[in-house]
Design a protein around this ligand. Structure first.
Ligand code: GLN
Length: 481
């Protein structure tokens, strides 16, 4: 079931929230051992939320998410419930407060299905960098689900929840959505509050939905969007009803196809599926034009300087004093060193070192400042493109899901797999990944649709028109039970 179906079944009284939660836990019991989507599942807490939802429905309330089981990435704070970031340093961290996003989900009656696995501190593209072990792709257990929100995408694809929440700094919602054949949206920077999202790279981080359909994505955006005084980067803009963009035709919409995204290294089957999808959009009335985003080739380099710099600063707070793990030492410095040495995994350490280097005096101008300048050029590329087109359409990833272990020995190869998603975060614009076909090995392919700042509505409008015309989203992985 998706949110839309579950909601109407609950409201019509065909299924109760407690039964719905029970069904999700049964499914988790049957497949979780193979997939590993979750870091933690709190059945009793979920059942008490489901009972509460039942009571409020009985008293006449019809919230947006009446008892709907939704999984939340484990870098989003849930009061009283462990939030680990899949890191040893936060293995036993219990947040004393609730994130704004889960607060809003709660106000609409959701049930927390569980906290999902991620690359440690959201640093990675495969969910292999987790202290709690890797998550597997439900379409092929030998392959990665993508990352860093791999647990959220796998849980949705394997029906271990009705929908999920992820975070996206350089592609972490869209790339796993593409690899797992589900819908993932990175909203405009500032659209969704980051209060309670454990910071990785604050100028890029954004929370968004991972769902089975485009409509569900719009439904969740209606709940989680909006200005929040607790997040100084949250924008004071009105939240439209995102679902009203659905079902409007796309006749005459102009879609830009950036030539820099159809390059060597792009998998032939992925390119084929994306080109078919563009044709389909044209059949629906969109006008496709070739455009150029000339600074695309510098995006990965700029991102991995800026993201690591911000990470090195943000992660300074894990010092064995304020949060999480503490390993005693001979003196204060020794305690810091032992705590951070034992608490962080190798990828997190690599990023802290890279970022600290890029920010250090003598290198700041050559690396950090230069990367900021490149970021401005990339933003301008998009601004210029959006003077002539309404949307930009690209593949979400250069390849389908790769094999576990394939890229772990070569960080640069791993970083390059984010090549099509990163520019969107640098520019701060919204983008969705929706299923657009399968390779001959039966692996899902994702189509990325990018919009103007705060124009998620056009993104949803085109994504929905495409989804309804094709039906790829109805394909489910065959998991032997
Ligand atoms: N894969 C990218 C990285 O490793 C993006 C991660 C993310 O969006 N959180 O930084």
């Amino acid at each position: 079931m998706n949110i839309e179906e579950a909601r109407s079944a609950v409201i019509r009284g065909e299924i109760s929230p407690v039964e719905l939660a029970g069904a999700v836990f049964e499914r988790i019991g049957a497949v979780e051992e193979k997939i590993g989507s979750y870091v933690s599942v709190r059945k009793e807490h979920a059942l008490s939320q489901a009972k509460q939802a039942e009571d409020s429905i009985r008293s006449g309330d019809t919230p947006a998410l009446p008892g709907i089981p939704i999984a939340v990435k484990d870098n989003i704070c849930t009061k009283g419930i462990k939030t680990t970031c899949s890191s040893r340093i936060l293995e036993n961290f219990i947040p004393p407060y609730e994130s704004t996003v889960t607060q809003r989900l709660g106000e609409q009656g959701y049930v927390l299905a569980g906290k999902t696995n991620l690359d440690e501190f959201a640093m990675g593209s495969s969910t292999e960098n987790s202290f709690f072990g890797r998550t597997k792709n439900p379409w092929d257990l030998q392959r990665v689900p993508g990352g860093s929100s791999g647990g959220s995408a796998a849980a949705v694809a394997a029906d271990e929840c009705i929908a999920a929440i992820g975070s996206d700094t350089g592609g972490s919602i869209r790339q796993p959505a593409a690899f797992c054949g589900v819908v993932g949206l990175k909203p405009t920077y500032g659209r969704v509050s980051r209060y309670g999202l454990v910071a990785f790279a604050s100028s890029l981080d954004q929370i968004g939905p991972v769902t089975k359909t485009v409509r569900d994505s719009a439904i969740l955006m209606n709940v989680i969007s909006g200005h929040d005084p607790l997040d100084s980067t949250s924008a004071a803009v009105d939240t439209p009803d995102f679902t009203s963009a659905l079902g409007r035709d796309i006749n005459g919409m102009k879609i830009g196809i950036p030539k820099e995204y159809f390059i060597e290294g792009l998998d032939g089957e992925v390119a084929g599926a994306v080109k078919e999808a563009i044709k389909q959009l044209e059949t629906l009335g969109a006008v496709a034009v070739e455009i150029s985003l000339p600074h695309t080739e510098y995006a990965v380099a700029a991102y991995y300087i800026l993201a690591t710099s911000e990470a090195s600063s943000n992660l300074a707070r894990y010092d064995g004093v304020k949060y999480g793990l503490r390993v005693e030492g001979d003196d204060l410095i020794d305690m810091y060193m032992k705590t951070r040495d034992e608490g962080f995994g190798p990828e997190v350490k690599r990023r802290i070192i890279l970022g600290t280097y890029a920010l250090s005096s003598g290198y700041y101008d050559a690396y950090y400042r230069k990367a900021q300048q490149v970021r401005t050029l990339i933003s301008r590329d998009f601004r210029k493109a959006f003077e002539t087109v309404d949307l930009v359409v690209t593949p979400t990833t250069p390849t389908p899901a790769f094999r576990a272990g394939e890229k772990t020995a070569d960080p640069l190869q791993m970083y390059l797999s984010d090549i099509f998603t990163i520019s969107v975060n640098l520019a701060g614009v919204p983008a969705i990944s929706i299923p657009c076909g399968f390779t001959s090995a039966n692996l899902p392919v994702g189509l990325q649709i990018i919009g103007r700042h705060f124009d998620e509505e056009s993104v949803f409008r085109a994504a929905y028109a495409y989804e309804q015309a094709t039906g790829w989203h109805r394909m489910r992985p065959r998991l032997q039970e």
